[in-house]
Design a protein around this ligand. Structure first.
Ligand SMILES: Cc1cc2nc3c(=O)[nH]c(=O)nc-3n(C[C@H](O)[C@H](O)[C@H](O)COP(=O)(O)O)c2cc1C
Length: 371
């Protein structure tokens, strides 16, 4: 297998086929995204409560968030004027279309959208007469079934196909597109998942997704690049994915423990301290399983509900009366370094971090260009 090749997303060329995965709240903002873009990959800013540092965030989170979208993109662009920079926007976000439109208007190169199926995304980012979009759009899928639902819908309703597809597997961080039963079948939910994980099963799913995408490439006579994500930590991991036939990878966890990552030092240190058995699957108030580091907060909410004190209008569907805790509060606490009162999202490999690296070091390691 030859060295990784640049990733082409329509008319955009990314020198290194590495997309830094979006991480909310406040973990992937302009500093991390700008540094990754400068190092030749794709920097992705998460729009999840992106305006949490704005003075009016508590009173009007929507206004604060929409304003911060432009601010963060401008800052990342200043760090990497020629880099490729985009946003991760969760479908579950309340007022999702407004976030997408704000990202397009700010001049994003790419929008990656998951945590739900982005079935209407092309409506807010229409293609021009030549079939191209200035801002590329990419759904996140976890199975051939979800990839098929999105492609069928976009084809029928909008006569379009994704500019890029992100496949996110069961070793990823944050919310996962799998049920707890599926995670268990794949052996992705045990403390010893490096031994129990059925990589063969998920590799087969990736091949199925690639086959499906090929049908749409033929129909539209254009290349649809695919990247895979979840548990990719080393050059060997990258090469394994490329051998399956994908065009690139999306990596998040390994970028958390970089100097440039927007997370506070206490958050990065929680990764460095974490042991394999500290990384658990938890059911988040969003109703999806998520992966996080066990801490006093998780222990406490398991025993007793923490009634939300304030609503930050984050999710389209949230039953304030029954949720175990407010996910915005728990994630903002993490972003502010109050790690004992926070939900510490992480990927299955977070325990492997031993020190703070630079983004350039991580990119070199992933590309196999160390030393
Ligand atoms: C701390 C953290 C926060 C994340 N937040 C989001 C998010 O807001 N939206 C999203 O679509 N994915 C989110 N993810 C998933 C990543 O974008 C990425 O696809 C995944 O974690 C890749 O696996 P890896 O972390 O093992 O590299 C998050 C991941 C982490 C580790």
């Amino acid at each position: 297998m030859s060295a990784p090749k640049p990733l082409k997303i329509g008319d955009i060329t990314v020198q290194k086929p590495v997309i830094q995965g979006g991480m909310g709240v406040g973990i992937s903002l302009s500093s991390l995204a700008g540094a990754v873009a400068k190092a030749g990959g794709v920097g992705i800013i998460s729009t999840a409560q992106i305006g949490f540092r704005e003075p009016d965030f508590k009173e009007d989170p929507l206004k604060a968030n929409l304003r911060a979208i432009k601010k963060e993109l401008d800052k990342a662009r200043a760090a990497a004027p020629d880099g490729v920079i985009g946003f991760n926007i969760m479908v579950a976000t309340r007022q999702y279309p407004l976030y997408v439109k704000a990202a397009v208007q700010a001049g994003a190169d790419l929008i990656i959208s998951g945590a739900g199926l982005p079935v209407s995304l092309p409506e807010y980012v229409p293609a021009g007469a030549d079939g191209q979009r200035r801002t590329k759009i990419a759904p996140i899928v976890s199975s051939a079934k979800s990839a098929s639902v999105i492609c069928k819908m976009w084809d029928r309703k909008y006569q379009t196909v994704p500019d890029l597809v992100v496949i996110e597997g069961p070793l990823a961080g944050g919310h996962l597109g799998f049920s707890t039963e599926q995670l268990s079948e794949l052996g992705a939910d045990t403390p010893d998942r490096d031994k129990t994980y059925r990589q063969d099963l998920y590799d087969e799913e990736i091949r199925k997704i690639l086959q499906l995408i090929r049908q749409y490439e033929e129909k539209y006579q254009r290349k649809i690049p695919v990247v895979s994500a979840g548990g990719i930590y080393t050059h060997e991991d990258v090469m394994h994915q490329l051998e399956l036939g994908v065009d690139g990878v999306q990596v998040a966890t390994r970028f958390v423990t970089t100097r440039e990552c927007d997370a506070p030092d206490a958050y990065k240190q929680a990764y460095i301290r974490a042991k394999k058995e500290d990384i658990v699957i938890t059911k988040s108030p969003v109703g999806m399983p998520g992966r996080a580091i066990v801490n006093p907060f998780l222990e406490q909410v398991k025993k007793q509900r923490q009634a939300p004190e304030h609503c930050y209008q984050c999710l389209e569907h949230c039953d304030r009366a029954s949720i175990p805790y407010c996910i915005t509060r728990a994630l903002v606490n993490a972003a502010e370094g109050d790690v004992d009162h926070a939900l510490l999202f992480c990927g299955s490999n977070a325990y492997r971090a031993e020190r703070i690296e630079t983004v350039q070091e991580v990119m070199d390691a992933l590309m196999g260009a160390e030393g």
